[in-house]
Design a binder for this molecule. Structure first.
Ligand SMILES: NC(=O)c1ccc[n+]([C@@H]2O[C@H](COP(=O)([O-])OP(=O)(O)OC[C@H]3O[C@@H](n4cnc5c(N)ncnc54)[C@H](O)[C@@H]3O)[C@@H](O)[C@H]2O)c1
Length: 271
């Protein structure tokens, strides 16, 4: 068995060299949506640190530039694609421009809260467009690229613990995350014969700008509950999820497809 020299990372994302196999993405091209912030940014940085040339897409152009600068500062290669993931032609053009893809991490998403009775058509349409259609378009374009170039690639989608739990106010969000799971499993069955693996990551509560947008009191309450209910006794960070994506993106998970990985500190929401 060939064991390649690869880099591994501490919590501060600094690298050390080790002989753990298969996490090396040198020579591979990765495309990350939602790369301007939070989990997407941490993932883009980590994939670049693992050796991939990373294409970063997001509607937040300033955030994208910051991510690209962070990657460049660490010696990595980043390209930026300012776009809205609900714009299918723009996403298709960006994936084409990236060249043959080895990895797609479809991470862009939005939160929406409203009670069932207060949910309006426009709320549902917007969350579905970003959280489901945006992921669908990214998966379609990635799979087309991988099939056309004969690359046995890996597609990673971003679900959520909300995919199979119910919380007040989270109808729209949780419906879209359940839909992402069905997309992931279905595409895994269709793309597997081309050597393409498709898996989802379903994080629990993670400290990112998305969760920071909560009222400070609600934020503190959620984090305290996380610490109380997690056997690990801490809140999750974006880097925890980036490592889960790296695992699924790399050859370390070569026999894993159609699966949902749940980095949630051992907690099922709602607590
Ligand atoms: N933070 C959590 O607790 C948590 C838990 C489970 C799942 N998730 C999922 O992880 C993903 C990332 O969330 P995060 O916490 O890093 O949030 P975040 O708000 O920090 O990052 C989301 C990114 O997506 C981008 N984005 C949103 N809509 C877009 C669009 N239409 N086109 C292009 N880019 C768009 C934003 O600009 C932002 O950069 C989301 O899919 C979210 O649902 C987050």
């Amino acid at each position: 068995m060939t064991v390649r020299q690869i880099k591994s990372y501490g919590p501060d994302m600094t690298s050390t060299t080790t002989t753990l196999p298969a996490y090396d993405l040198t020579g591979r091209t990765a495309f990350v949506t939602g790369a301007a912030s939070g989990i997407g940014r941490a993932t883009a940085i980590l994939l670049a640190r693992a050796g991939a040339a990373v294409h970063c897409a997001d509607r937040d152009e300033k955030g994208l530039q910051e991510t690209a600068a962070l990657i460049a500062r660490q010696g990595g290669t980043a390209h930026t694609h300012p776009l809205d993931v609900t714009d299918r032609p723009a996403l298709a053009a960006a994936v084409r421009a990236a060249g043959p893809l080895h990895v797609m991490a479809a991470i862009a998403g939005i939160m929406h809260t409203s009670s069932v009775l207060d949910t309006r058509d426009e709320d549902l349409d917007r969350v579905l467009a970003v959280n489901f259609k945006g992921v669908l378009y990214a998966c379609q374009e990635a799979a087309r690229s991988m099939i056309a170039s004969g690359v046995p690639g890996s597609i990673v989608t971003m679900a959520s613990g909300a995919m199979d739990t119910a919380s007040p106010g989270l109808l729209c969000y949780s419906v879209t995350k359940a839909a992402v799971v069905q997309l992931t499993k279905t595409l895994a069955t269709e793309a597997g014969p081309h050597g393409i693996r498709v898996n989802a990551v379903a994080p629990g509560w993670i400290r990112t700008p998305m969760t920071d947008r909560h009222e400070p009191a609600a934020q503190l309450q959620a984090e305290a509950a996380m610490v109380r209910h997690s056997p690990l006794g801490r809140v999750g960070e974006a880097e925890d999820i980036a490592h889960a994506v790296l695992h699924l993106a790399s050859d370390a998970s070569a026999f894993t497809t159609g699966q949902i990985l749940r980095p949630n500190g051992g907690v099922a929401m709602p607590w």
